[in-house]
Design a protein around this ligand. Structure first.
Ligand code: 1HE
Length: 265
């Protein structure tokens, strides 16, 4: 029995991988994991429940060869939405992605194949992105006669900078491989993105949950503040985190020379 059993997820599947690690999968591989309205509701429900679930880190992966093809274009076409309907849909995307970014639990993306449009908006809400040789990133909204609506103007611009994002959207430019790492779209490029994401999640889960909460919540909040307010908020967060019992044990271990030292790999 997990905290997610009663959520009735339709397009997501959760697996408890042990040691506090959860694996969340996108399961619409036949549609290249395109984000229909139901999947967005599943994401909202899952990430609303995550912070109090006891899960210490999440690996988010996908069934099939592609991580996520973005907005479900066929549903959008068939629904023939009015402007305010699509605005409200976008607000649900923001609800889901803000819960990921600000939720305080590390979410590691195991990426492959297409990570495009709204798929890149989803991935950019993760705390760490791991790519493999098949992974490619793009914002094809311009070519589809669309615009981003799931936070790319904030998160993708933050990752790659405004000029690169504008180029991606105007020209459909695709980034992959080392170049994707170099421009900031992902932090790791490996043979097996799922294995590496699991390794990262297991390492992160060793940190005290309160430290991870600050890392995976406070940094994002502070980016939204003035430098003056961020410095104030940082001192308040550090006051709480840096005096927690779990940090006292670790400091004692350092003082006793039993804790690992920081060395280059
Ligand atoms: C889809 C979608 C989708 C596939 N919505 N159904 N995103 C895009 O512009 C990317 C659109 N997708 C593609 O370019 C390709 O599908 C892929 C490169 C991702 C994969 O290609 P491929 O050859 O493996 O698959 P396929 O044959 O194109 O598609 C297989 C099925 O997935 C097919 O359905 P079927 O019922 O005919 O079998 C496709 O219709 C379906 N499928 N992608 C719906 N995106 C908040 S605003 C965000 C704005 C955006 O995200 S714009 C970017 C949209």
């Amino acid at each position: 029995m997990t905290a997610f059993d009663n959520l009735d997820l339709k397009n997501l599947a959760f697996r408890d991988a042990g040691d506090g690690i959860g694996v969340l999968s996108l399961t619409r591989a036949a549609k290249r994991n395109a984000l229909d309205a139901q999947t967005v509701e599943d994401l909202v429900a899952f990430f609303a429940a995550l912070p109090r679930s006891g899960v210490r880190a999440v690996v988010m992966r996908a069934e099939g060869d592609h991580f996520c093809a973005g907005l479900d274009l066929v549903e959008h076409h068939h629904e023939d939405r009015r402007p305010e309907e699509f605005m409200h849909l976008c607000l649900r995307w923001h609800e889901a992605f803000n819960k990921i970014e600000y939720g305080g639990v590390p979410v590691i993306g195991a990426l492959k194949g297409a990570v495009v449009g709204g798929g890149l908006e989803l991935a950019s809400a993760f705390h760490i992105r791991v790519a493999d040789a098949t992974t490619y990133f793009a914002l094809p909204e311009g070519q589809r006669g669309l615009f981003t609506g799931g936070g790319a103007t904030i998160r993708v611009a933050d990752l790659v900078g405004k000029a690169r994002m504008v180029d991606m959207m105007l020209t459909g430019r695709v980034y992959k491989g080392q170049e994707a790492v170099d421009v900031g779209l992902c932090q790791y490029l490996v043979e097996d993105s799922e294995a590496k994401a699991m390794e990262i999640a297991r390492a992160a889960a060793q940190n005290p949950p309160l430290s991870n909460f600050a890392i995976c919540s406070a940094i994002s909040h502070m980016q939204n503040m003035s430098a003056l307010d961020a410095a104030y908020a940082e001192s308040v967060v550090a006051g709480i985190v840096n005096t927690q019992p779990a940090s006292r044990e670790r400091l004692e271990a350092f003082a006793n020379k039993t804790a690992a030292r920081v060395r280059p790999g």
